[in-house]
Design a protein around this ligand. Structure first.
Ligand code: SER
Length: 304
């Protein structure tokens, strides 16, 4: 089965491309940046509608995985471009998918689509959503758009509200949850990390292997079981920077963090602490495999 992935060079794409290839998909990995994968690659600027059209017409994918995005912090710094990439590009892509007969589309929403009036503990699937950041506003609009394309055009759009994704091999940038990866690299390299969030800011997180498995499981589920067309809640674990620091200190006893919050603190405080992902569990059998201890083990081993 032919598939196309946008944003393949990003944190999730780096792992999703080989995982899909391993499951026998014929993958075309695309990104605006040069890519090095053992599968065919192409340069794609997701804002270039004609380029998307041309590539989809040529490659004729059955599935498209749309991962290209500007994360929460970067979207605050470049709001117009952030909106274009996070919302308008998705809209263009859905239009082209419809035109060329793509069967299924995956795209990534986020915990950033929640806001200060959303219950922060065990956040349900359908709570009040009042995101305060432009990234979250675009993701919420994207969720509505995905459902709209399903209802109006019958396009099988499926999505996940990702928590902070933690994995080795790629330093995420432009996000509010980046500390969860950066802290490991800093601990290994310097034994010191300056964190831009306050120590007790608890956030939902997921290990990269779980994140990729969730995408594959969701996309392989029969259409009859999928009731959520915006994006499914997804949970792996929850931790604060201080809890991660303590867990890393078990590996490196003299590791030290300093906490100097910046504008990301407000965003993080408006997001949930933990997520109720029972729709995903019930409808397509979601079950995370990594808790904080397993994550720390995996990261510590993987980072040189
Ligand atoms: N990890 C993202 C961010 O920090 C949230 O989806 O922006």
């Amino acid at each position: 089965m032919r598939v196309l992935i946008t944003g393949s060079g990003g944190q999730i794409g780096q792992s999703l491309v080989p995982a899909l290839a391993q499951r026998g998909r014929e993958v075309l990995a695309t990104d605006i940046q040069p890519l090095t994968f053992d599968v065919p690659t192409a340069r794609l600027d997701v804002l270039d509608k004609e380029a998307i059209q041309k590539l989809l017409r040529e490659w004729k994918p059955v599935e498209v995985y749309h991962l290209a995005a500007y994360l929460s912090a970067r979207s605050e710094q470049e709001p117009h471009r952030g909106w274009d990439i996070n919302f308008n590009a998705f809209w263009h892509l859905l239009e082209v998918c419809r035109e060329v007969g793509v069967q299924r589309v995956f795209w990534a929403s986020s915990i950033a689509a929640f806001g200060p009036h959303t219950p922060r503990q065990n956040t349900p699937q359908y709570p009040v959503m009042d995101p305060i950041g432009l990234y979250g506003i675009a993701k919420l609009a994207g969720e509505r758009l995905g459902e709209y394309y399903f209802i109006r055009h019958g396009l099988d759009v499926r999505g996940l509200r990702f928590p902070g994704v933690v994995g080795p091999g790629h330093l995420p940038s432009g996000g509010t949850t980046d500390f969860s990866v950066h802290m490991f690299y800093a601990a290994k390299a310097y034994g010191y990390y300056k964190c831009y969030l306050l120590p007790h800011t608890k956030l939902p997180m997921i290990y990269i292997e779980d994140a990729v498995r969730a995408i594959i499981q969701l996309m392989e589920a029969p259409i009859s079981v999928i009731t959520v067309r915006g994006a499914y809640n997804l949970h792996g674990m929850s931790f604060s920077p201080a809890e991660l620091e303590a867990a890393i200190r078990h590996k490196k006893s003299d590791f030290r963090c300093e906490y100097v919050p910046d504008f990301r603190q407000k965003l993080a405080e408006s997001w949930p602490e933990s997520i109720d992902d029972s729709y995903a569990r019930r409808e397509w059998g979601w079950q995370p495999q990594y808790d904080l201890n397993a994550l720390v083990e995996a990261m510590w081993q993987a980072i040189p």
